[in-house]
Design a protein. Sequence first.
Lengths: 234, 220
Amino acid sequence: MQRRGDPNRNPVRNRFMLSDNDTLAKVDAVPTTTAYGDDHGRRNRTVRNLKVTAEATAKRMAWVSQINAVRDSKDRAAFAELFGYFAPRVKSFLMKSGASPDLAEECTQEVMATLWNKAHMFDPAKASVSTWIFTIARNRKIDLLRKQRRPEPEDLPWGPEASPDQADALGLAQETEQLGQALATLPAEQRKLIERAYFGELSHSEIAAETGLPLGTIKSRIRLALDRLRHAMK
Amino acid sequence: MMNDMKQIKHHLTEPLLMGYAAGTLPEAFNLVVATHITMCDDCRAALAGYDAVGGEIMLSNDAVTVAEDALAATMAMIDSGFGAENPAPVRTQNTVFPGPLQDYVKGDLDNLKWRKVGGGVSQMVLKTSRDASVRLLRIPAGTAMPDHGHRGTELTLVLQGAFMDEHDRFGAGDVEVANEDMHHTPVAEAGMDCICLAASDAPLRFNGIIPRLAQRFIGI
């Protein structure tokens, strides 16, 4: 049950995927990794040229379906799929952030249990699955490792959308995938610097203002959603 | 407060947003960031980008082995009713303090334990972890703060009223990020008291002998 989340083996993913074949067909199916080298001078162009494969998007949308299955029917098989993929990565992140293996293990299990408990709050149009799980892990990290409170912004009343817009969810999944690829294709030195910032090895004054990552697309999408929300609240 | 949103001109810096997303800022800075984001949709959207970076870094890690019984142990934890995280704060009353700040400030403007720090200015230090400090400042309309330079970084978020310094005007929702190079003399605009939330990761440095002496006694 703990094999990695290969979407093709996942029984719950098809519900979503079948309904979205049309949208997915528009996604460019160009392989992503090999064609883009480490040519530093062409980095910006490289980032623009990154293509998100249908396969990569399908994998991310399968995670969405798995969380929905946990939310809707307390589906333990779907949870096991998520656990198999994410728990080892959450634990790795926590260890790189300074947790001992034992503490990281305990913390990871709490993060995954929190995922189960908060599945009803997950909205794939507002955050992709990897982002959402990261924020849970980060908050546990602050609590357990740094023993600090974590002030959070006020929650917004995102409104009575019965189901999040699937086109938004898909778009965000693609943009997040693209971000992940851009991160992977950054010059090693630059990527290392960003990683060190997230592992807590840099103070805020040592963090570079320019990441070289394409954050604008995600920011614009969320900004639009916020504008719609503000409009609806008037 | 929501209506002020369009007027916000001074935002958080990218490194502060990244640090907040990474969870590596001092608690005092986190409080200023969370309060500003409550007031500012631009920075809330930008934070979503930096949260996403964190998720992708997490995914790109080499996976490590989890305990053999990890899934079973987690299911047992779930079955035993392991609690959900604290819900995000909500504003409970009509006050100048946004939700995140209400967790730290019990009361409203006029029933807080303000301490005078000279020149008509009052402050109230909030309790956070010791790696940085954060305080509320109340500057009477038209009054100047002592001229001061900075060691480290100082974040000043306006909650009510406005202040001007040599460089710019800061109104409700605006955040000023000052570093070591910056010497300035903020003056509260006429009209209403200026209420600010100010965090610093080093003691402020006042220019002039009297403020320096005073600094030892009043702790700013």
